[in-house]
Ligand binder design. Structure first.
Ligand code: C2E
Ligand code: CA
Ligand code: CA
Length: 436
């Protein structure tokens, strides 16, 4: 049973039924004989997933999905010679939704076929444009999940797109993870042969994170190895990672495969990779994913320069004095109280508050949220024995590390509450001065 309740979960019949249906889907996931209320018992994360699931079907139709390209830079030439196509979803309310969040949702629904067809079509159309413009590049790669790759229609979809845009299939590369290749081996083997016969190359993505890497290195006719960014991340600090990456490079080269290092973010990582003979570099050191237009400019550059890091000077936007919690970040419960002007009742999610002032606060979470006036959050915590709650909207955010986000919140509180908060903060400041 899926349940929605008037007026919180909808003010008309259509909306109430739609939300009850969404709740029903969720209830079914838990197995037989379950019920689910539309929003209660859901925390922000499941609420978001919920909404993404219902909105996905209109995303393609409304043009909310699009593709960005991230350059792969040839270390010797210092030139962008290839690129990876990455899918993006600009959701009207949740903002930029990561593919990590919606690809799995898509795979559980019927939309994943539409999505992979959209990716293939868009990439081929773009390759056609670059070919017509006489742009010099090697390959444009795109990602296919196991489900995409195992579909019997894949080959005809690829052929149709290649013919539609009259492109050279040598310009295409498919990125697959080991996980994909471990499935139903005979079907996979057959698909691989057909793809290769068309002239499309194959890349082994996230290399090093699977189980039988070396075995696959030998068995798989992949042309490219992409070393997972978890090995690159500490390469300048960790000797073991350096040895592993160096060995992967030597091994791959011996097998005549091209090696790409993923997630290269700084000069130290880059220098090491250069000294140990890596072929291609992909990562924020050169560029994040960009529009096709910007990618064209990258291809046209004789040499690509790294983005100078740390050029963004944090501006102090705070109007009020703040109390920092450097030693004991403040555990706080967060929930959404209204969404798009409508009240919702959700469970809470734990976040960590780093500092708090009369104007706002800063917190960290693994959730991806977007600054938006139409989403009102409620925070609840305890400060020196006092229960404190306040509402606020997210006004800025920054990705601190992979999957850790930092948010700036502007508080929306009454003057009386502000006075009360001021008293508490003053007390804390005094105490911290005496004993940090
Ligand atoms: P992936 O294939 O490993 O793609 C690389 C991811 O690393 C991208 O995240 C990219 O933005 C990010 N990245 C690139 N350079 C750096 C760096 O220097 N530092 C850090 N921290 N990250 C970097 P994105 O775009 O969020 O994609 C995440 C994953 O979603 C992809 O991982 C891929 O598995 C999947 N994905 C993306 N597009 C598609 C698609 O069209 N179809 C399918 N099935 N999956 C896709
Ligand atoms: Ca990839
Ligand atoms: Ca990867």
């Amino acid at each position: 049973i899926g349940i929605s309740i008037y007026p919180d979960d909808g003010t008309n019949k259509v909306e109430l039924i739609k939300n009850a249906n969404t709740a029903l889907k969720r209830a079914k996931k838990n197995g037989a004989a379950h019920y689910q209320l539309y929003s209660a018992n859901m925390n922000i994360e499941s609420f978001k997933n919920f909404q993404l699931e219902t909105d996905l079907h209109t995303a393609i139709k409304n043009g909310e999905l699009y593709i960005e390209y991230q350059p792969k830079v040839d270390i010797k030439l210092q030139k962008a010679t290839s690129a990876e196509a990455l899918i993006r979803w600009k959701h009207p309310l949740w903002g930029d939704v990561s593919p990590m969040e919606f690809i799995t949702i898509a795979e559980e629904s019927n939309y994943h076929r539409e999505i992979s067809e959209f990716v293939i079509d868009t990439v081929c159309m773009q390759v056609n444009e670059w070919e017509r413009k006489g742009i010099d590049f090697n390959t444009i790669s795109f990602n296919l999940s196991a489900k995409d790759f195992l579909k019997s229609s894949l080959i005809s979809t690829l052929k149709a797109a290649i013919n539609r845009y009259h492109i050279n299939p040598n310009h295409l590369e498919i990125e697959l993870t080991e996980g994909t290749l471990l499935q139903e081996t005979s079907v996979v083997q057959d698909q691989i042969e057909q793809v290769k016969a068309m002239g499309i190359t194959l890349a082994l993505d996230d290399f090093g994170t699977g189980y039988s890497s070396i075995h696959y290195l030998k068995k798989l006719p992949s042309d490219t190895i992409k070393i997972d960014r978890s090995f690159i991340h500490h390469i300048h600090k960790n000797a073991e990672d350096r040895i592993i990456v160096k060995s992967i490079i030597e091994l791959s080269k011996g097998l005549k495969k091209t090696v790409v290092a993923e997630g290269v973010e700084n000069e130290d990582q880059y220098s090491i990779l250069r000294s140990i003979g890596c072929d291609l570099i992909q990562g924020y050191y050169y560029s994040k994913s960009v529009s096709a237009k910007r990618m064209t400019e990258f291809f046209e550059m004789k040499q690509i320069k790294p983005v100078s890091c740390n050029t963004i000077v944090p501006v102090n936007r705070r109007r009020y004095y703040r109390v920092d919690f450097p030693y004991f970040p403040l555990h706080t419960e967060m929930t959404i109280v209204s969404f798009n002007g409508k009240a919702v009742s959700l469970g809470t999610t734990d976040v960590i508050v780093l500092d708090i002032g009369l104007g706002g606060l800063r917190f960290q979470s693994h959730l991806r949220l977007k600054p938006h006036d139409n989403i009102l959050y409620k925070f609840r915590t305890t400060l020196i024995g006092k229960d404190i709650t306040f509402n606020g909207t997210i006004v800025r955010f920054e990705e601190k590390e992979q999957d850790i986000f930092e948010y700036g919140v502007e508080l929306q509180i009454s003057e009386a509450d502000r006075d009360e908060l001021a008293q508490v903060l003053n007390k804390i400041t005094l105490q911290m001065k005496q004993n940090p």
